[in-house]
Design a protein around this ligand. Structure first.
Ligand code: GLN
Length: 229
């Protein structure tokens, strides 16, 4: 995925996070402002959210900007915890809904912005797609997403060319890593947004330095340097 966004806070509509902001993911699908790799994100989109403790997903291999059905329904989808993404497929990766984040193990919703050499990852029979991000998600689920920082540092050490910006949420925690790409954080009175790039020009957006882990819980936000930084 080339641009992703997470929310943890009060229940809000998916539309208010993805479609309504002037530079939200809907606009980032054709005009991202800070993307380092790729020009646009037309190879699919995915929205995941927690319905109570149940993760639910809506994914498509088509561009988000053209999806009138999603735009119509998104204002009615409300959640306290959301992981959404728009995709720019890495060369050679399949373009299909199952290659599109968020991925899930039934507890976590997880998105990957970047690229990883699949040969450096443990073989997994449970990946949804042959896409590098799907194989990486399966590896992270198998390792345990709770230790995301350690996992990303270890995978990064094994694949020096890898870019490993991960975003994951389980309904009560939102975790994100920076490893090769941009990430910003906005603390709102009603919750916290973590996004590949700011969805508006609010001066409250804070850039997360590279090779850090962001941990968001109901009452705090923590930034921790990752090993190898
Ligand atoms: N490598 C992933 C894919 O092909 C993610 C790509 C990206 O972040 N641009 O989907």
């Amino acid at each position: 995925m080339c641009r992703h966004l997470g929310w943890l806070g009060a229940p809000v509509s998916v539309s208010s996070l993805v479609c309504d902001p002037p530079n939200g993911l809907a606009v980032q699908s054709y005009a991202p402002r800070r993307q380092k790799h790729g020009l646009l994100n037309a190879d699919g989109w995915g929205v995941g959210f927690f319905d109570g403790t149940e993760p639910r997903r809506w994914r498509s291999p088509m561009p988000l900007w053209g999806d009138a059905s999603f735009a119509s329904v998104a204002p009615a989808l409300r959640s306290h915890c959301v992981v959404a993404a728009v995709r720019s497929a890495t060369v050679g990766m399949p373009i299909e809904a199952t290659a599109t984040a968020p991925f899930t193990d039934g507890h976590w919703l997880l998105s990957h912005n970047g690229v990883v050499d699949r040969a450096t990852l443990p073989a997994s029979g449970s990946a949804e797609s042959a896409c590098d991000s799907a194989v990486l998600a399966a590896a992270l689920f198998a390792r345990g997403v709770d230790a995301l920082g350690e996992a990303v540092a270890a995978i990064g050490a094994g694949d020096p060319g890898g870019r490993l910006n991960i975003l994951a949420a389980n309904g009560s925690r939102l975790l994100a890593t920076t490893w090769g790409d941009t990430l910003s954080l906005l603390r709102r009175p009603d919750g916290v947004v973590v996004a590949s790039e700011p969805y508006d020009d609010d001066p409250g957006w804070q850039d997360v330095p590279d090779r850090h882990l962001v941990t968001v819980t109901e009452d705090r936000v923590t930034l921790t340097p990752l090993e190898g930084s």
